[in-house]
Design a protein around this ligand. Structure first.
Ligand SMILES: [Zn+2]
Ligand SMILES: [Zn+2]
Length: 175
């Protein structure tokens, strides 16, 4: 019981923390994740799973830190559960990037995953095709609040600031 609880907390709270404290801020204000995880010049199977480039590894590590922090918190509840949560989280990273090497989720698996809101490789593929959709690494219920937060903070984003900068360069404001 404790084991299952600790595992679940690592996955559910870890995904929450990683989504809202790493993934969303990266999409809004930074470039590391966009330059690595969303680098369209490379296969994402390669850069999410195989690549050993320091930048790619750093993005993966920073995204994993929230899970590690949550695992440390639930260590007291059940340390095997905390480790199992981390292991399942890592397996999910590999699995959700397999669309590119030909994975197709069978119907029975989809039937189990849908009500549990688990991100399928096909769902995560959507995030690679369009970085503005399909947030939540493991659970799809984080997608709507993540998008809402991004929309709310959009005026502060790099994208909007850079666009404003380009506009002001084209038409200099006279004093
Ligand atoms: Zn990915
Ligand atoms: Zn992303």
């Amino acid at each position: 019981m404790h084991l299952a609880l600790a595992t679940l907390i690592v996955l559910v709270v870890g995904d929450f923390t990683s989504t809202f404290f790493y993934h969303v801020p990266q999409h809004l204000w930074f470039t590391l994740h966009l330059r690595t995880h969303h680098d369209r010049k490379r296969s994402y199977w390669d850069h999410a799973v195989i690549s050993r480039s320091p930048e790619v590894l750093l993005d993966g590590f920073l995204g994993a830190v929230p899970y590690l922090v949550i695992a440390a918190f639930v260590w007291q509840i059940s340390w095997p559960g905390a480790l199992l949560g981390l292991a399942l989280g890592q397996l999910h990273v590999w699995w959700r990037h397999t669309t590119e090497i030909g994975w197709r989720t069978p119907a029975w698996m989809r039937a189990i995953a849908r009500p549990l809101q688990i991100v399928l490789p096909e769902d995560h593929d959507g995030h690679h095709r369009n970085p503005d959709i399909e947030f939540g690494d493991i659970f799809r219920f984080y997608d709507a609040p993540a998008r809402a937060l991004i929309a709310k903070l959009a005026p502060t984003s790099r994208r909007v600031r850079n666009a404003a900068l380009r506009r002001s360069k084209r038409a200099p404001v006279r004093a």
